[in-house]
Ligand binder design. Structure first.
Ligand SMILES: Nc1ncnc2c1ncn2[C@@H]1O[C@H](COP(=O)(O)OP(=O)(O)OP(=O)(O)O)[C@@H](O)[C@H]1O
Ligand SMILES: [Mg+2]
Length: 504
């Protein structure tokens, strides 16, 4: 560990009594103060909507505080743009970092650099190669961003920040979409850079990560600092309690699989394949059954879900939902047949940011309602939305607030609700709890179990195998585009799944 993390050196970044009131009236930060020591990893945690991203945006000049001060290396600063923060030595990876999907990895990483490097392809390539070597990460610099997985995109955003040689790097949920391998790469890079003097502020909902990686941590709740402590002095249970407050903390998931009986085949996939991606794959999901797809990133699990849903035009094979055979390979036909897909990259695929939460939630089913019936329907939709807001603890001023004003995790929950409260019979869930806090994770798992009890079929993809073990009846392990093993949950464990998925 860096000797500086416990040393007496002056903090690099000090936030003093910061308030943030958005123009919508939301009081997101209420007098937040914290000090970040040089050469340390400072964890920032809290429930969805607690104010973490708001604070990160204020520290990095994306937004300005309503009152209070931010000091950088001993001097108060009033940055109004991210480039001012960057020039001072602070780089940020935001919760949803915008990358340009039509540009290559290389161009994205060096995007916005004003120096001559920007034009010197050979030099840039050399620098990226060196950076990747240092991190132990392999990426094709000439791939376009649009071709990468969500995790791949996230790694590019991280590389982009690390390529700046910043003194302080702010990471807002960097691991939400990463595979175990990419996580390891990121962690060892953070540790190495920290030991060389770089400072990090690290936001995550994974408490094990926070405990393993950070030196100091701050817990926010409803815009206020609840805990500010040295990481070595706190336990996971204390953190859970601090994060969720009075709300029941049910992090320990006990599986209720044995008392569930399954019914008719609901989803039957036969010989489904997509050239270069996966297959041929056959699987059956019964009414009342939750089936997990365990696999590492790049194993083909997301591609498989998308193909089942009809979003992959080059796929061959058959998909049946109940008695419906999906003839036209299109998501529209899939929705009509009773399939719902909650995609992994929800920011991109899921929401209309300017629309109210209630309209987003009812969106997939709008086409099934006639215009004339829209008014009475709206009342019903509002009702469903209020139910979703209560059951998933969606933090929003009202069902009418635009989704663009919700925190990242709460927006995730809206996408989730959008499909969950509809009439679908089979749910395809890609990383259902990515980006949601510990309390909401438990809520989502309860909801999935309830769907199964109501006779629905569920397929879940998750990088967190513990989560699969906690909610599934049966787990299919996917490797290199093939189902290589099928395990009833009662007969397997984390160890076995990890070994099978990675081919050890
Ligand atoms: N652009 C905005 N306009 C209005 N309100 C906003 C805006 N961004 C965030 N908020 C509100 O500010 C509060 C804090 O949101 P913030 O995004 O900082 O939470 P967070 O801790 O990052 O949560 P998450 O874990 O879900 O990412 C929430 O109530 C949110 O609805
Ligand atoms: Mg956030």
């Amino acid at each position: 560990m860096a000797e500086s993390s416990a040393g007496p050196r002056e903090p690099v970044l000090v936030v003093a009594d910061v308030h943030k009131i958005y123009s919508s009236g939301t009081h997101a930060l209420r007098g937040v103060s914290l000090a970040v020591r040089p050469g340390s990893v400072h964890g920032l945690i809290g429930a969805n909507g607690a104010g973490k991203s708001t604070l990160i945006r204020i520290m990095s000049g994306v937004e300005t505080a309503t009152s209070g001060t931010v000091s950088w290396q001993g001097e108060p600063v009033s940055w109004t743009t991210p480039s001012q923060a960057l020039a001072a030595g602070m780089a940020a990876v935001h919760q949803h970092t915008p990358l340009v999907s039509t540009l290559s990895v290389l161009d994205n990483i060096f995007l916005g650099r004003k120096d001559s490097m920007r034009w010197d392809v050979a030099r840039r390539e050399g620098e990226l190669r060196e950076l990747c070597e240092r991190m132990g990460y392999d990426i094709d610099p000439h791939q376009t961003i649009g071709e990468l997985s969500t995790g791949g995109k996230q790694m590019v955003a991280i590389l982009q920040a690390l390529a700046r040689d910043a003194k302080l790097v702010l990471l807002d949920e960097p691991t939400a979409a990463l595979s175990p391998h990419e996580r390891d790469v990121l962690f060892s890079s953070i540790r190495r850079l920290r030991d060389q003097g770089t400072t990090f502020v690290y936001v995550s909902h994974f408490l094990d990560e926070i405990l393993a990686l950070t030196d100091q941590l701050t817990v926010l709740r409803d815009g206020q600092v609840i805990v500010d402590a040295q990481t070595s002095g706190v336990t996971k249970q204390e953190l859970v309690t601090a994060i969720v407050g009075q709300r029941l903390a049910r992090v320990e998931q006990q599986n209720s699989a044995p008392d569930r009986s399954t019914g008719e085949p609901l989803l039957v996939v036969d010989g489904l394949s997509s050239p270069g991606r996966f297959g041929p794959i056959s699987l059956t999901v019964h009414a009342g059954e939750v089936v997990g797809l365990a696999g590492l990133l790049g194993s083909g699990r997301t591609e498989l879900l998308e193909a089942i849903y009809g979003a992959d035009r080059s796929a061959a094979g058959t998909v049946r939902v109940g008695e419906h055979r999906l003839r036209h390979r299109s998501p529209r036909a899939a929705v009509r047949a009773g399939l719902a897909l909650v995609p992994e990259d929800r920011a991109r695929q899921g929401l209309l940011r300017d629309w109210e939460a209630w309209r987003n939630i009812s969106l997939p089913y709008l086409s099934s309602m006639s215009r004339r019936r829209l008014l009475p329907e709206r009342r019903r939709e509002l009702q469903i939305t209020e139910q979703a807001i209560a059951e998933l603890n969606i933090k929003t001023p009202s069902p009418e607030a635009p989704v663009g004003e919700l925190s990242g995790g709460n927006a995730q929950k809206v996408v989730f609700a959008k499909w969950l409260y509809g009439p679908a019979r089979v749910f395809l869930l890609d990383e259902p709890s990515a980006g949601v806090d510990v309390g909401a994770k438990a809520d989502i798992i309860q909801l999935i179990r309830r769907l199964a009890r109501a006779g629905k079929g569920v397929v879940i993809v998750s990088s967190e195998f513990e989560e699969l073990l906690g909610v599934c009846d049966r787990i299919l392990v996917v490797r290199r585009g093939q189902i290589i093993s099928e395990r009833p949950v009662v007969d397997t464990d984390l160890h076995e799944l990890t070994a099978l998925a990675s081919g050890l």
